[in-house]
Design a protein around this ligand. Structure first.
Ligand code: F6P
Length: 341
């Protein structure tokens, strides 16, 4: 068989582990040929690719990023490019394409699949917001990076008697904020799923200082928003891909907390460091398992599906289900965390 692989959307630790796994299973075990499209769907639309043999994937298991490169493509550009993509698939004699990506990529995968292309998807994202899989690889690494940063920030916050408002990624969900905040013992966590009450947040932080503590750490998911009417809030608008642009919740919150509490408050934006560098062992294993199962699905002709983790098993789920809803943090998880507002 001849299989094409691509990585699309925001990168994420573990992408290389999937690519390696696909090549090992396909080339070494099945005798297939694998090619990798450069920079995501763009590579398929422009027929820009490289051969992926065992040598090409040597030493990449623990490497962050993606050896194939990634990019975002506007949905309209993809819709217009379906016929071109089909032409390239025929020209290259491909029996299957394995796109590895998050919500946007899986939507595009569904579009390509609905138009008749043989697609087997692999979900990835540090945000952990894909509904049909218990977890995505990249999340564990991002939580680990954010937790380590929070641990470090605690010591400097205490030395200077500061409130540090730490902004973590996650788009419209609070998984990274919740897990890193719980792991590091943050004093307050705000998440997109539950608009926060600024009065309540200021009261909690203020009470901590009144009780004699000399610092506070607030974890703010980048998509968190105040409940209407509480504080002035600058929404970020949309980018060219139609994604919400986040306008800096940590900066806005630290200004608000400093003026309400009279304590120095500083924003810390962790940003892309959460996506960079080597994946954790957990993410390497999950990514490797996804790659292996994607190749098996190709050989069974199970197209229009993607790999997912359910319990300890890897299962194949329809792409149509994968992109229906976003996996948000359920309310009961906030109760367990205690410090979520
Ligand atoms: O979806 C992954 C993610 O890292 C989000 O957490 C974040 O909002 C977004 O991508 C950032 O995207 P970009 O790298 O395009 O700025």
């Amino acid at each position: 068989m001849r299989i094409g692989v691509l990585t699309s959307g925001g990168d994420c630790p573990g992408l290389n582990a999937v690519i390696r796994s696909v090549v090992h299973r396909a080339v070494a075990d099945h005798g297939d040929e694998v090619i990798g499209f450069r920079d995501g769907w763009k590579g398929l639309l422009e027929c820009d690719y490289l051969k992926l043999d065992l040598d090409a994937v040597g030493g990449i298991l623990a490497r962050g990023g993606t050896i194939l490169g990634s990019s975002r493509v506007q949905p309209s550009h993809l819709r217009d490019g379906v016929e071109r993509a089909r032409g390239h698939v025929e020209e290259l004699g491909l029996d299957a394409i394995i796109p590895i990506g998050g919500e946007g990529t899986l939507k595009a995968a569904r579009l390509m699949s609905d138009s008749g292309l043989p697609i087997v998807g692999v979900p990835k994202t540090i945000d952990n917001d894909i509904a049909v899989t218990d977890v995505t690889f990249g999340f564990d690494t991002a939580v680990g990076v954010a937790t380590e940063a929070l641990d470090r920030l605690k010591t400097t916050a205490e030395s200077h008697q500061r409130v540090l408002v730490v902004e973590v990624m996650g788009r419209h969900t609070g998984w990274i904020a919740l897990h890193s905040g719980m792991a590091a013992g943050a004093h307050a966590i705000v998440v997109p799923e539950r608009p926060f009450d600024i009065e309540e947040l200021a009261r909690r932080v203020g009470e901590r200082f009144e009780a004699g503590k000399r610092f506070a750490i607030v974890v703010a998911a980048e998509g968190a928003k105040p409940a209407p009417g509480g504080m002035a809030f600058d929404e970020g608008g949309k980018d060219v891909y139609g994604h919400e642009r986040f306008a800096g919740i940590a900066r806005q919150l630290s200004i608000e907390l400093e003026s309400r509490l009279g304590k120095e408050a500083r924003p810390v934006i962790l940003g892309h460091v959460q996506r960079g560098g080597t994946p954790t062992a957990y993410d390497r294993v999950l990514a490797t398992r996804f790659g292996w199962h994607a190749v098996e699905a190709v050989h069974r002709g199970e197209f229009g599906r993607m790999t997912a983790l359910r319990g300890t098993d890897i299962v194949m789920v329809p792409l149509s289900e994968a992109v229906e809803t976003l996996k948000t943090v359920p309310a009961e998880r906030y109760e367990e965390a205690e410090t979520v507002l």
